[in-house]
Design a protein around this ligand. Structure first.
Ligand SMILES: CC(C)(COP(=O)(O)OP(=O)(O)OC[C@H]1O[C@@H](n2cnc3c(N)ncnc32)[C@H](O)[C@@H]1OP(=O)(O)O)[C@@H](O)C(=O)NCCC(=O)NCCS
Length: 185
């Protein structure tokens, strides 16, 4: 395991075999998947891990696995992706997160996402980072706001049926200089 980013309470690291079982459990949880899709089967979760690893190989960055330093346990992921659909704001870098339900509301997503943004702007050379989620996903939008992203309005996700309740998305964005200003770096 290589720790790529360290925060006060978390190690953000490359994926190991030990992450597979807790990842499968997290993605089988209906509450975690409420605004994403149906809960994933174990095979679907394993395919997701393969995709995450492929993304790292192809781009050199991706969704980092999160380990709580005190218990050494897997609690989710946070990091970057390149969206696989066309829209006026793509191609772009997207930041995203998923945390185990029993670890919610303790500031982990915000802590990991702030550290990722800093890493993205300072080490990976990103100029702008986007994030988006269903308009119903208030927790995720709150994380976006807490790390300084601006609301850029709504859009209909082109890969979803327009009548699907998750289709309408809220788009957020932050530029490198805005991140520095927001956190007074
Ligand atoms: C979104 C998610 C990652 C947030 O993780 P978290 O570790 O609980 O987030 P934080 O503890 O850093 O909380 C960030 C803010 O969101 C708020 N928040 C958390 N859950 C919330 C909820 N269900 N509704 C409204 N606000 C919520 C927190 O109170 C906090 O805001 P505050 O400091 O103003 O009180 C987590 O809910 C999750 O994994 N959800 C399922 C997966 C998902 O939707 N991922 C995003 C897909 S785009």
């Amino acid at each position: 395991m290589s720790v790529i980013i360290e925060t006060e309470r978390l190690n953000l690291h490359t994926w190991t075999n030990e992450d597979t079982v807790p990842f499968i459990e997290m993605c089988a949880d209906r509450k975690v998947m409420e605004f994403l899709s149906e809960p994933l089967t174990p095979d679907e979760a394993k395919t997701t891990i393969r995709r995450i690893k492929d993304h790292f190989k192809k781009h050199g960055f991706g969704l980092y696995a999160l380990e709580k330093k005190d218990t050494k346990s897997f609690i989710g992921f946070t990091g970057f992706m390149i969206p696989n659909f066309e829209h006026y704001f793509t191609p772009c870098i997207e930041i995203g997160w998923r945390i185990k339900n029993d670890e919610w509301k303790q500031g982990y997503a915000t802590e990991a996402a702030k550290a990722c943004l800093n890493f993205g702007f300072k080490k990976l050379g990103f100029e702008k980072v986007y994030s988006f989620t269903s308009i119903h996903n208030l927790a995720s939008q709150r994380v976006m706001q807490k790390i300084g992203l601006h609301n850029k309005g709504r859009f209909y996700h082109p890969l979803l049926d327009p009548n699907h309740f998750l289709c309408e998305h809220q788009l957020y964005c932050i530029a490198k200089n805005e991140f520095d200003q927001f956190f007074k770096l």
